[in-house]
Write a protein that binds this ligand. Sequence first.
Ligand SMILES: [Zn+2]
Length: 283
Amino acid sequence: MGQHVNCLSRNMATGSDSRTGGPAGAQRGAPPRASGGRGPYLLSMTTVDVLAVAAHRDDVELTCGGTMAKLARQGHTTGILDLTQGEMGSRGSAQTRAHEASVAATVLRVTLRENLELPDAGIVNTPETRLLLAKVIRRTRPRIVIAPAPRGRHPDHRVASQLVRDACFLAGLTKLDPDYPPHRPLKVIHSVTFREDQVKPTFVVDITDEFETKLKAIRCYASQFDGTTQAGEVYPNGEPLYDIIRHQSAHYGALIRCKYGEPFFTYETMRVDDLTALDVSTF
Ligand SMILES: [Zn+2]
């Protein structure tokens, strides 16, 4: 009860639902929500087709925001789970970032956005954190989960990558948690935008039509990014951050012969049924 009230007051402070109408996805009949804490887990049964899990608010926008916007446009339900509140960030308070995340969720038209409230700069992969995350997986029942890249500049990104994989597996164990039925996502894919240590992405999503939406979502984090030249996994090159993002997205797009793209990695091999349907020209 106390946690629920805490969550409500946080939403009221950010105005996430009442002023913005909440993150979209309401077109699918799902109740728009953007919670700040763990409280409502037993109070909502909103499910999503794709759940993106990241260490920090703004990570999803930076790495796979275009893909999230595209999924929503294609009619899929989407959700974002931020693992921390960003309280260790040198710019902007956690409350400011909560409001920014809520507005960005609306831009990306995600059905739900929640926060696991793990310690910023202190994410660990333990039985306790795996259980917390597995409960969200069981409740939201995604078919696809997007996780951070397997490596990263920030330890939270690297740890979160493995934590997500482990929690997705545990979520399928019958005896794990009596509150929700078992659910194991079909796939975990890793967003490798800005990473230099992936030899090649397994695939790139064409976000040409969604790039400006991605940038609009990133610009919601004015407290983090306005006037900066570096963020998250983005190494600085002297240009404004927004320009770096555009150039990097153009690079990934060029890999599949389109204007803008976002790269992903899977450990599984991709399957092809019809060779003649392959695209991306060799020449
Ligand atoms: Zn991050």
